[in-house]
Ligand binder design. Structure first.
Ligand code: ADP
Ligand code: MG
Length: 206
């Protein structure tokens, strides 16, 4: 198997701006490797630096100390083949469920590619039938998060980074989406790095 991600001796300190405070050490000499098509979970308590690590992998936070290599290239900025799902949904409030689902593809590959996308199977997978033309404010928090997850999956990124994507969902929806994610992964075998604080979720998925 080839390597999808290589992280070596990554240290990140957030500066506070106050002369008395030296800043927050979020990550210290972190290193790990992820093989291509592997599903890896990062498990840890709140505040241990999981989101920081994922944002650095996504190229949103710069890496000043240590090295991050994604699919053979050092990371300096966000990449088109890397998808990121945050803890909370970030849908456009003036777009319907369908338009929000197509949004990632539209931004990266244009309106034509987005409109050519068959999103009906994804709507079904996410259990959002009947809500295709609803706006985010007409959905529950869990439904909004499901749209966000669908949006990332439709982009078919080679590397999918997920930061506690199911954290805000109820247990039943969470179980369903866990199984669905596993099924999708078994079918497409993309590389996934999932941040979670749920031990059962990490065991099930990884
Ligand atoms: P986790 O996702 O594991 O809960 P985070 O990566 O969000 O943890 O945060 C790790 C540490 O870094 C925490 O102490 C947090 O306060 C700090 N931190 C995270 N982001 C910032 C930021 N933008 N500015 C300052 N400190 C931050
Ligand atoms: Mg976090």
């Amino acid at each position: 198997m080839t390597q999808a991600v290589h992280v070596d001796a990554v240290t990140k300190t957030f500066l506070s701006g106050s002369p008395k405070n030296l800043g927050t050490l979020a990550l210290e000499k972190v290193g790990f490797d992820v093989a291509d098509r592997e599903f890896v979970s990062i498990l840890g308590p709140s505040g241990c630096g999981k989101s920081t690590m994922l944002r650095m992998l996504a190229g949103i936070i710069p890496c000043a100390e240590g090295e991050i290599v994604v699919r053979g290239e050092k990371i300096f900025a966000p990449r088109d083949d890397v998808g990121l799902v945050f803890q909370t949904s970030n849908l456009l409030p003036w777009c319907t469920v369908c338009d929000n689902l197509r949004l990632g593809v539209e931004i990266r590959r244009g309106r034509k590619a987005a409109l050519a996308l068959d999103i009906i199977p994804m709507v079904r997978t996410l259990g959002l039938e009947g809500f295709e033309n609803s706006f985010p404010h007409q959905l529950s928090g869990g439904m909004r998060q499901r749209v966000t997850i669908g949006q990332a999956l439709l982009m078919e990124p080679a590397l999918l980074l997920m930061d506690e994507p199911f954290g805000a969902l109820d247990a039943l929806t969470r179980d369903t989406l866990n199984m669905e994610l596993l099924r999708l992964w078994q079918r497409n075998r993309k590389t996934v790095i999932l941040v979670t604080h749920s031990i059962p979720e990490a065991i099930l998925l990884s």
